[in-house]
Write a protein that binds this ligand. Structure first.
Ligand SMILES: *Cc1c(COP(=O)(O)O)cnc(C)c1O
Length: 340
């Protein structure tokens, strides 16, 4: 038995999902003639109460397209220092958009309205880049799957409106937050100008992300998608997997969260674990006692079929997902018992 806790991207499409993929009607999506992609885009747009959606190969692409659409070269993007858009998209903000970045030190990846307010430059000050866009991440990956309080989001939204800034959400794991906090997609559609969601994380589709916004924005985004090399042709088969994921794989996310909670409890029992970042969704981050050989621990667990990553010399991360079941969680517990 392999227990793969490296990421929620490792899931394989289920039989039912593969059935949908197999039967999906397809067409040329660059001509907007792929019925499955059109269906997925309008389903997602309706879900969020947005006018339009755009299907893209990855969440990096949907975020980078959004940043490109919202900014001009030299403008400034405001985000938390742990943000995926800054940390894990290959310097794309500079590479693709020639934009400047203002990094804020939030709480586990979450920022608030007063921090944003303080970071906005006076428009008339020619010394400063023009503050243009605020990007939030929910759940926050490097924050250990932490969720925003919705009030904080609307507070930041008001600040953006007041100063004429655009407001984008990196919602790669937004559905984990919706389930954990009992919130709706429509609330988020109303709060943000644009949203990126991933179908290939907790939702278990093999590939794909969606960018959501108003008609004018998505028209512009479609052009940028082509420039970035993301115009796909008969991609309806993967869109069908995405549609299946949105229809059937959201409600079950609470199971992943329960599994993550169970892992948190197990790790707290271990003498080598100094602290576990409080689990809110499907990501568990633990800090080891100093002097503990984390590398050797990861190797030993790997020999026993449990896979996960170190995210720093003293921290490791375990992520639950729809290919992790209750018996794997029990097996993990037994395996951990063998290690002191
Ligand atoms: C995974 C992820 C993305 C997008 O990643 P891709 O691998 O490019 O799909 C964006 N933001 C966050 C927070 C992520 O975890």
């Amino acid at each position: 038995m392999i227990i793969d806790l490296r990421s929620d991207t490792v899931t394989k499409p289920s039989i039912e999902m593969r059935e949908c993929m197999h039967h999906a009607p397809v067409g040329d999506d660059v001509f907007q003639e792929d019925p499955s992609i059109n269906q997925l885009e309008s389903f997602a747009a309706d879900m969020f109460g947005k006018e339009k959606a755009l299907f893209c190969p990855s969440g990096t692409m949907t975020n980078q397209i959004a940043i490109k659409c919202h900014t001009q070269p030299g403008d400034e993007v405001i985000c938390d220092e742990l943000s995926h858009v800054y940390q894990y998209e290959g310097g794309g903000i500079a590479f693709n958009s020639s934009a400047s970045v203002r990094l804020l030190q939030g709480n586990r990846g979450r920022i608030n309205a007063s921090m944003v307010e303080e970071s906005i430059h006076p428009y008339d000050d020619v010394h400063k880049p023009i503050s243009r866009l605020v990007v939030l991440e929910n759940t926050a990956n490097r924050g250990g799957g932490s969720c925003y309080n919705f009030d904080d989001i609307t507070g930041i939204g008001s600040t953006c409106k007041k100063h004429g800034l655009s407001f984008h959400l990196d919602g790669a794991r937004l559905f984990n937050a919706l389930v954990a906090k009992n919130e709706t997609a429509a609330q988020y559609g109303e709060a943000f100008d644009t949203i990126s969601i991933c179908l290939s994380k907790g939702l278990g589709a093999p590939v794909g992300s969606l960018l959501l916004g108003d008609t004018a924005f998505i028209k512009k985004a479609r052009r940028i998608r082509k420039v970035f090399g993301g115009g796909m042709r008969q991609a309806g088969s993967i869109a069908a997997a995405g549609l299946y994921a949105l229809q059937y794989n959201i409600d079950r996310l609470h199971t992943d969260h329960e599994h993550a909670k169970a892992i948190e409890a197990m790790l707290k029992e271990k003498s080598f674990v100094k602290e576990v970042v409080p689990v809110e969704t499907n990501i568990v981050i633990a800090e080891c006692e100093s002097g503990f050989n984390l590398k050797a621990f990861i190797e030993r667990m790997k020999e026993k079929g449990v896979l996960f990553f170190a995210i720093s010399p003293t921290r490791f991360r375990m992520v639950t997902h729809l290919d992790i079941n209750a018996s794997m969680i029990n097996h993990l517990q037994d395996t951990l018992k063998q290690i002191n």
